[in-house]
Design a binder for this molecule. Structure first.
Ligand code: C2E
Ligand code: MG
Ligand code: MG
Length: 277
């Protein structure tokens, strides 16, 4: 009973001030056991290097050429097969294992970037975009670690992009701004990911030094059947261009979507229509 009461107490605390109490049920216990197993598995996976980085091309819509790749983490679980980030990033963030995991993804991405740059001399340089979690932005060593990685791998910092979601900026905007400015001082480019899904996104456009806006796929996919979505996408593209920012449309799955975004003047596209990660 004490154990169960403790589990309910944790739930109540996690839900915040509006929940003065929570009633225990057995599903809570099952969830806790699953989370603990997953956390243990995550630690092992880091030691055994079970994480891999997949790359998805980002295509220049006007020319059809690949401009770069987004790095997306995957977990090759010995029993469960390929686990998607939606199933392990939240727990990795909660347990702060996202710090070593994020470093592995960054290191692998820089190694790939360096290898691609070397193997295609004379070609327009390829960029690599890496997702940063809010927890990584709290890591005081982040800027130094990235700077060191770039030097060790011999990557041009201007070819590395870091993707940050809006929700990160809400809680901690002063610290985030300082950190983003230090990254910019290294000449790294910054993307505002999942644009439109958070709140007060518009103020972020001038408060933070973003080069690129990525329109979330929840705006792109209903566009064909929903006139107001289309108008929102049109307005985002126009706004980004007026502010001198590059725009990437996420989640392009059909030729119609690609054609429509090209007509709207969107610079780049990413999605299953071109390639899966
Ligand atoms: P994201 O950064 O917005 O990445 C784009 C997601 O959309 C990827 O999901 C990608 O596979 C998916 N996607 C791309 N094209 C299409 C399409 O045409 N249709 C559909 N339905 N989906 C498409 P994924 O790889 O499952 O990653 C999900 C999220 O997990 C990412 O969203 C990102 O926020 C996070 N994530 C992934 N890797 C990392 C990482 O290394 N570090 C951190 N902090 N987060 C990561
Ligand atoms: Mg992203
Ligand atoms: Mg996104």
């Amino acid at each position: 009973m004490l154990r169960d009461a403790d589990i309910a107490l944790h739930q109540a605390k996690a839900r915040g001030k509006d929940y003065p109490y929570v009633l225990f049920d057995s599903a809570m216990y099952d969830r806790m056991v699953m989370t603990m197993q997953l956390e243990r598995d995550l630690r092992h996976a880091l030691e055994r290097q079970e994480f891999q980085v997949f790359f998805q091309p980002i295509v220049n819509l006007a020319t059809g050429r690949v401009k770069g790749f987004e790095a997306l983490a995957r977990w090759r679980h010995p029993e469960r097969g390929l686990v998607s980030p939606a199933d392990f990033i939240p727990l990795a963030e909660e347990t702060m294992l996202i710090l070593p995991l994020g470093r592995q993804v960054l290191a692998e991405s820089c190694r790939r970037l360096a290898a691609w740059t070397r193997s295609c001399p004379g070609r327009m340089p390829i960029t690599v975009s890496v997702n940063l979690s809010s927890k990584q932005l709290l890591d005081a060593d982040l800027v130094v670690a990235i700077g060191r990685l770039l030097t060790e791998t011999g990557c041009d910092p201007a070819l590395l992009e870091l993707e940050i979601t809006e929700s990160v900026l809400i809680d901690n905007s002063d610290a985030a701004r300082a950190l983003l400015n230090s990254l910019r001082d290294l000449r790294i480019r910054l993307s505002l990911d999942d644009f439109g899904t958070g709140y007060s996104s518009l103020s972020y456009l001038h408060q933070f030094p973003f080069d690129t806006i990525k329109i979330d796929r929840t705006f792109i996919q209903p566009m064909e059947h929903n006139a107001s979505r289309l108008e929102i996408v049109r307005a985002i593209v126009a706004l980004a261009r007026a502010l001198g920012k590059t725009v990437v449309a996420e989640g392009l799955e059909t030729r119609e979507q690609v054609e429509r975004l090209t007509e709207l003047g969107c610079d780049f596209g990413q999605g299953y229509y071109f390639a899966r990660p």
